[in-house]
Design a protein around this ligand. Structure first.
Ligand code: HAM
Length: 414
C-alpha cells in the first residue's frame, strides 16, 4: 500500500525557519512593551464550552453563526476551539473571583485562535493573536493606554505606516434607541438595499455600514450616526480618550461607521490597518466591553482590550532574514575528537557563548565552509589541543587546554 503524501489542513501553515525567529522577535517586543506598562502574561484553554463564545461574542455575529470549530466531547458536551480571547478571559475573571485583586487587572497573552473562514492572503483558519486586556476600571486612560501600546508594538516591529480608526459605540440604551432609528431609516430606503442587508435588517442593521453594495453604500452616506447620539457620559468618556491620544501625538481618524465583528463592545472601538496589506488589512483592533463579564455570569466589571494578528503584522513588516548570530563553531580535526568537541561545546554554551558543533560527518574543509555559512566569527578546531581560528582574517592561535581556548575566545569580545 503506498501512502499518500500528507499536508497541513486547509487554512493552516507550518512555521519554519527563519519565520520562527521573526515571530519570537515580535513576542519579545510585545513582552517588553506590555510588561513596562504593568501587563502580566495569562493563558486560557484553547477550547471552551461553546456557550462562552455564543454568549460572549454574540449569537448574531459571523464568528458564532459560521466560523466556529465546534465539536462534542465524549460526554456529549459542546466545546469550541476559541475564535478569540476576550470571552475566555472574562469567563476566567469571573470564575477566579479576580475582582478581589487590585483593579484594574492588566493581562496579555499570545496564542493560537481558530475561525472557519475562507482562506486567503492574511486570513487563516488557525492564526495567532497577541492580546492585551485591562479589566475592572472604566477609566478612559486605559483605553488610550492600550491604543498607544498597540501602536508602540507595531512601530517597534517595523509595521510601517498605519491607519488608526476610532469610534465610540456608547451604552446599550443609547445603542438600542439608535438602532431603532437606524432600522426605521433603512426601512424607508429598503428598495435600494442589498438582499443581504435587508435580510439582516432586524437582527443587525449596523452591518449595513460594512456593505460593498453600491445602493446600500449610497443609502448609508446619509444614515444617522451613533456618534451623534451618545449620552453625555459616553461623549465625555470618548472626548477624554481622544484628548489623551492627541496629547500623545497619535494620529487617528474618527470613523463612526467602524463596525467590529464582535457584539460585546461598548463605548470605545478602534482598529489599526496597514496599507501594505491587501483585503485583509486589519492588523489589530479592540475596544471596551463593559458588560461582558456580567453577560458571562460574573459581577458588573468594565473592561477594555485589543488583539492583533501576528501573521498579518509579519506580512506588513519588511525586513531581511535575521542573522543567526552564532559566534563559535566547534570543528573536529579527526573523528575521535568528537567527545572532546562535544564537551567543549557544552562548556562554552554554559559560559554564554552561542556554539554549534560539527554533527554531520564533514571533512575539515567542509566544516570550515559550514562555519562561514552559519556566520560563525570563530572556529575552534579540536585536534591536537585547540586551534582558535578567526573566520575573518583566517588567523589561527593555538591553545593547549579548554581554559586557554576560552580565554582566547573571550579576547575577541562577547
Ligand atoms: P478581531 O478584530 O476579531 O478582534 O481580531 C483581532 C485581529 O486578529 C485582527 O485584526 C486580525 O489581525 C487577526 N485575525 C482575525 N481573524 C483572522 C484570521 N482568520 N486570520 C488571520 N488573522 C486574523 C478580536 O478577536 C477581539 N477579541 C479583540 C479584543 C480584545 N477586543 C477587546 N479585547
Amino acid at each position: 500500500v503506498s501512502a499518500g503524501r500528507l499536508q497541513a489542513p486547509r487554512g493552516t501553515f507550518d512555521v519554519l525557519p527563519p519565520e520562527g525567529r521573526r515571530r519570537l522577535r515580535l513576542l519579545r517586543i510585545a513582552d517588553e512593551v506590555l510588561t513596562r506598562a504593568g501587563y502580566e502574561p495569562f493563558e486560557t484553554p484553547v477550547f471552551e464550552d461553546t456557550e462562552v463564545f455564543a454568549r460572549g461574542v454574540g449569537a448574531s455575529t459571523d464568528i458564532v453563526q459560521k466560523e466556529m470549530f465546534t465539536f462534542e466531547d465524549k460526554a456529549g458536551r459542546s466545546l469550541t476551539l476559541r475564535p478569540e480571547n476576550t470571552a475566555g478571559i472574562c469567563r476566567a475573571y469571573a470564575e477566579h473571583g479576580m475582582h478581589k485583586l487590585p483593579q484594574p487587572v492588566k493581562l496579555w497573552s499570545w496564542g493560537p485562535f481558530f475561525r472557519h473562514e475562507a482562506p486567503q492572503a492574511g486570513r487563516f483558519r488557525q492564526f495567532t493573536q497577541l492580546d492585551a486586556e485591562a479589566l475592572g476600571s472604566d477609566d478612559p486612560s486605559l483605553d488610550a493606554e492600550l491604543i498607544l501600546l498597540l501602536d508602540e508594538v507595531l512601530e517597534r516591529a517595523g509595521a510601517g505606516e498605519l491607519r488608526l480608526r476610532l469610534s465610540s459605540l456608547g451604552t446599550p440604551a443609547t445603542r438600542a434607541a439608535y438602532l431603532d432609528e437606524l432600522r426605521d431609516y433603512l426601512r424607508d430606503h429598503e428598495h435600494r438595499l442589498s438582499d443581504d442587508v435587508r435580510e439582516r435588517l432586524d437582527q443587525n442593521p449596523l452591518r449595513a455600514f460594512d456593505a460593498d453594495h453600491p445602493g446600500t453604500r449610497a443609502v448609508m452616506e446619509e444614515a444617522p450616526r451613533l456618534l451623534d447620539r451618545l449620552n453625555p457620559e459616553d461623549a465625555a468618556h470618548f472626548a477624554e480618550v481622544r484628548a489623551l491620544l492627541d496629547d500623545a501625538g497619535l494620529g487617528y481618524e474618527i470613523d463612526s461607521t467602524l463596525v467590529r465583528g464582535l457584539d460585546y463592545y461598548t463605548r470605545t472601538v478602534f482598529e489599526y490597518e496597514s496599507p501594505r496589506l491587501g483585503a485583509q488589512s486589519a492588523l489589530g483592533g479592540g475596544g471596551r466591553y463593559d458588560l461582558l463579564v456580567e453577560e458571562l455570569g460574573g459581577r458588573p466589571t468594565p473592561g477594555v482590550g485589543w488583539a492583533a494578528g501576528i501573521e498579518r503584522i509579519l506580512l506588513a513588516v519588511e525586513e531581511k532574514e535575521p542573522a543567526r548570530d552564532l559566534r563559535i563553531y566547534v570543528a573536529l580535526a579527526k573523528p575521535d575528537a568528537s567527545r572532546e568537541g562535544f564537551r567543549l561545546a557544552r562548556r562554552l554554551r554554559r559560559d554564554g557563548f552561542r556554539v554549534e558543533i560539527e554533527q554531520a560527518g564533514r571533512s575539515l574543509k567542509g566544516q570550515l565552509k559550514q562555519a562561514n555559512r552559519i556566520g560563525a566569527r570563530s572556529t575552534v578546531i579540536v585536534g591536537d589541543g585547540y586551534d582558535v581560528r578567526d573566520m575573518d582574517s583566517g588567523e589561527q592561535r593555538h591553545a593547549d587546554d579548554a581554559d586557554e581556548a576560552l580565554a582566547l575566545l573571550r579576547e575577541t569580545g562577547p
